[in-house]
Ligand binder design. Structure first.
Ligand SMILES: [Ca+2]
Length: 327
């Protein structure tokens, strides 16, 4: 059954308009959903060493849960770390939320410690994001990095989420996640992904994740760089490291892991990826393709009983069971 969270319109929900010049906001939703929806943290302006300290020591005091919240028709223009729901999610959980609309960001590499992390739902995520989706447009103009349909920079965990729409950036651009030193499991993206090489001269672009590797989570917490049971089907374009599923699986850092994940070589226009297995559209519309890869479907128990996926056999890609699954 499709979950129907409360909806909050961007202009009515937030206490004031985003202030792009400050790059920092912490605000509480002013609506009748306030008690349900909790606090949204946006763009904490922390210098890089303090970011590590925050991650290590302080963040757990500020745990928040955002649940059952839809942010619709967002129109946000910012810089550096920007998201439709939250700019920065420290160690909190975001569950059954979605956003739609347009997000654009620009920044300069002279502030490299804040350079990037722009996502349809969350800009920079070190927390837990579950059962969420985005249908919108994410664009980075300038030298900022890490653009993702759902999350720009993910050092946390993303589970059973999807993204649709379009993402455009220059370095580390992904349909779901721009750069991933965290975990992405049981997710998909149908997002159109475009990497503009004119800024850096070389783009890193993937249908699901732009860059996947074990770096960037902070000195005291080991990075994971893990992708499991995911697929992507959107068109992918760019110059440089451009992959159907993943653009770059190592960077200059330690190589990440991509397991039991697939992409559509026909709709993506990409026969190569830094991770995953390429399949035709017909194969991607066939349950057996995914069952053979160990995916947990509603129709079987061999791969598990959590029943995460279902498929309209021969007609569509797999969908998550919390979407309109047949009862
Ligand atoms: Ca099952």
């Amino acid at each position: 059954m499709l979950h129907e969270p409360c909806q909050v319109r961007n202009e009515a929900a937030l206490s004031d308009a985003p202030d792009a010049s400050r790059g920092s906001e912490q605000r509480r939703i002013k609506s009748t959903q306030q008690d349900v929806c909790g606090t949204i943290f946006r763009c904490l302006p922390l210098f890089f060493p303090l970011t590590i300290l925050w991650n290590w020591n302080i963040k757990r005091r500020l745990f928040a849960e955002v649940r059952d919240l839809g942010i619709v028709d967002v129109n946000i223009t910012g810089r550096d770390i920007v998201g439709g729901l939250a700019g920065y999610n420290g160690d909190s959980s975001i569950t059954k939320c979605y956003s739609s609309g347009t997000i654009s960001a620009s920044g300069s590499s002279d502030r490299w410690w804040l350079s990037g992390g722009v996502g349809g739902l969350v800009g920079l995520n070190w927390g837990t994001v579950t059962d969420c989706y985005v249908n919108g447009s994410v664009t980075i103009i300038g030298e900022d990095k890490f653009a993702g349909g759902l999350i720009g920079d993910n050092g946390g965990s993303v589970t059973q989420c999807f993204s649709a729409g379009s993402v455009s950036g220059n370095h580390s651009v992904g349909g779901l996640v721009g750069t991933n030193p965290g975990e992405v499991t049981d997710c998909y993206s149908t997002t159109t992904v475009n990497g503009d090489s004119s800024v850096n001269g070389n783009s890193v672009v993937g249908g699901l994740v732009g860059q996947n590797n074990k770096w960037g989570r902070g000195a005291l917490e080991p990075a994971v760089g893990f992708i499991a049971r995911c697929y992507s089907s959107g068109p992918v374009s760019g110059d440089g490291r451009v992959g159907g599923l993943v653009g770059w699986n190592a960077g200059i850092y330690i190589e990440g892991v991509v397991s039991h994940s697939l992409w559509d070589v026909l709709t993506s226009g990409r026969t190569w990826s830094a991770g995953g297995t390429g399949k035709t559209t017909a194969e991607m519309h066939t349950g057996k393709t995914f069952l053979d890869a160990g995916w947990d479907f509603m129709s079987e128990t061999t791969n598990g009983t959590e029943d995460i996926w279902w498929i309209l056999e021969g007609k569509d890609y797999p969908r998550l069971s919390w979407e309109n699954a047949p009862q």
